[in-house]
Structure formats: C-alpha cells, structure tokens
Design a protein around this ligand. Structure first.
Ligand code: ADP
Ligand code: MG
Length: 322
C-alpha cells in the first residue's frame, strides 16, 4: 500500500485535518462542526445560491491534479454567482472519495483554500462520503440588484466580457493530459482556472437588463436570455472577441466557431439598454471593465448570427463536453 494512502483516516479526522478552519468570515454564526451552518445574510440584500457537481471521468480526467480540480469546482460555481451579480459569501462541499488519499486531499484542500481566499468566500460545511470521486460545491452570495436571464428588451445592446473560445480550445489539450504539449499551460489555466467575472458583474449590475455566464457556448447561452426574456438577438460574428488560445491553436474559422459555440469560458454575456451605453463605455475606456459589444436584442425568439452582413451558421465545433 503506498505510504500516501492512510486507510485509517476517519471521516472526522479528515474533515478536521483538511477542511475545518477557524473562520471570521462575515455572517458566519456557526461554521463547520455542527449539524447546520448558521448564517446571517447582509441586511437588505437578496441571497443567490447555486450548486454544481463534477464527476470523475465525466467532467474531468480521473488523474487530474487535485489543486486544479478544487479550483475548477469552486470557480465555475462562483461564475454562477457572477452571472447573477451576487458577491460571494459562503460555500459547502460534498466530497465523495474512493479512499482517503492524504496526498490528494492535501492538494485539493490547498487549492480550495487558495481559491476561497482569492474570491472571498468561506467554507461553512459539507459532507464526506466514500464512493467514485465526485465533487459538489454549493455557493451562496448576496446581491442588492440581482441580474437574471429575463429582462432583455428589443433595442438593448448585447455584450460579452473578456474573450471567448479558450475553454473549448483547451478541452482536447486537457484531455490529452500531455504536460509537454505546446500550449499546455494556457490550456490548463483556461480549463481549471477560469476567472469568475465577479468584478465585471458588480460594475454592470446597476444598469444591465439581463445576464448569464457563458458555460454552454455563446449561441446557446444567449439563446437562454432570449427564451427567458421573450426576445430575439442579432450577433455579428466578426465582433466576437476570440481568445488567444483558440486563435493560436486553430485556423481562423475554427477559432471563431469555438468562440461562438464552444463552452466553458465563464465570461458574462449581458444586455444593456441603449441609454446606458455611454455608462458602459466609460467603464471600458477607464480600463476597469473588459467588454465588447457584439450585437443587439431584437423582436423574435431566436439568435441570428451574421457574418459579413449575411446570415451565418457556425460549423459544429467537433468537440462535445465530456
Ligand atoms: P452530519 O452527520 O450532521 O451530516 P457530518 O458528520 O457529515 O455531520 O459532518 C460533520 C461536520 O463537518 C458538519 O458541520 C459538516 O458540515 C462538516 N463537513 C463534513 N464534510 C465536510 C467537507 N468535506 N468540507 C467541509 N465541511 C464538512
Ligand atoms: Mg453528513
């Protein structure tokens, strides 16, 4: 038996050793160690909560680095908070492990602590069970004015933060597990360390009409805004900002297809009433917000993609999420 595998490590020891820590986080009346976490919401704010599960060999390769996994698990959840313009407060972790491998747990808990600290969110409870590796995180945040997918109106402008296509371009590289491959570092960063757009969300929250995070691909996700808002949208493909990783590893058309229909970018797609355009542009030119206008909201119920002025159907990206 490898020295790293301590089969004697009990559930309570494991929790105490890797996950329990004194927390002075805001609103935590009772953290890890009791039947429930007891929490005090910020006065006058609404709570936003979301949960996501990562299953080994379904959402990530079983041999993935544990600190990388912890980062992805927490960051994709934080992206859901950003999509609602909620600021992170607390999270819980349900961890299913084949065995209590202390080396794996050390890496995972370190990655989780670092990410939690970076984004200002406190671990307040969880559950630990034995079984096939599976990571579930539930996050809770607070928002003064939460954004939803509903609220876009014809005439609004459509924006995305950052650049798109890196998540999808990273996937085959990440799956190869080949740390020697060119662009490995960029791919690993894009897949395991997506940046939840919490600051951008806070900046646009006062005036955006609808928002979500791009996890399924821009076309599909903007389609969700259209459906929930009862509108259509028109997007100019050549305005969509293409991530460097996609541009460097694919030909021009394939990179554009990744940006438009690939997923896993965790940027925000949001709509803004035309009268708020100058406010948004002020934030962009001040260098505090990276956002690009890519189209507008129209009457209807579907997303129309245009390229060089003509209707355009992006080719299938050729990669499906695993
Ligand atoms: P219960 O039997 O009431 O479900 P548990 O024995 O599962 O309690 O957990 C004991 C305490 O440790 C609880 O406060 C729980 O929230 C916390 N906990 C369990 N697993 C984890 C974990 N992986 N990360 C953080 N906290 C955990
Ligand atoms: Mg339990």
């Amino acid at each position: 038996m490898p020295a790293s595998k301590e089969h004697t490590l009990g559930e309570f020891d494991l929790i105490r050793r890797f996950f329990a820590s004194e927390t002075d986080a805001d609103g935590v009346v009772q953290g890890i160690g009791d039947d429930c976490a007891i929490l005090l919401p910020p006065p006058g704010q609404l709570l936003a909560t979301s949960v996501d599960t990562l299953v080994s060999e379904v959402h990530f390769p079983a041999n993935a680095d544990p600190a990388d996994l912890a980062n992805r698990a927490l960051r994709v959840n934080l992206s859901d908070l950003a999509a609602c313009a909620a600021q992170p407060l607390w999270f819980t972790l349900a961890l299913t492990l084949p065995e209590p491998d202390t080396v794996w747990l050390e890496g995972f808990s370190r990655g989780l602590r670092e990410a939690a600290q970076k984004f200002g969110i406190a671990l307040v409870g969880g559950d630990t069970t034995r079984g096939p590796l599976c990571i579930t995180i539930q996050v809770t945040g607070a928002a003064e004015r939460p954004l939803t997918r509903a609220g876009a109106q014809p005439g609004d402008l459509v924006y995305v933060t950052g650049e798109l296509g890196a998540g999808a371009a990273a996937l085959p590289l990440v799956l190869s597990g080949d740390a020697g491959a060119s662009h490995w570092v960029q791919a690993r960063n894009a897949f395991y360390y997506p940046q939840p757009q919490l600051e951008a969300a806070a900046l646009i929250a006062p005036f955006a009409s609808a928002a979500l995070d791009v996890s399924d691909g821009l076309l599909a996700d903007l389609g969700h805004i259209c459906e929930q808002s009862g509108v259509g949208a028109e997007v100019h493909a050549e305005k969509v900002p293409v991530a460097e990783l996609a541009a460097q590893t694919l030909d021009h058309d394939a990179a554009l297809a990744m940006a438009v229909s690939g997923g896993d970018d965790y940027q925000l797609c949001f709509t803004v009433p035309a009268q708020s355009r100058s406010e948004l542009e002020r934030l962009v030119s001040a260098g505090v917000l990276e956002a690009t206008e890519i189209g507008r909201v129209i009457e209807g119920n579907a997303v129309r993609m245009l390229k060089s002025g003509a209707e355009w159907q992006p080719p299938a990206t050729g990669y499906t999420h695993f």
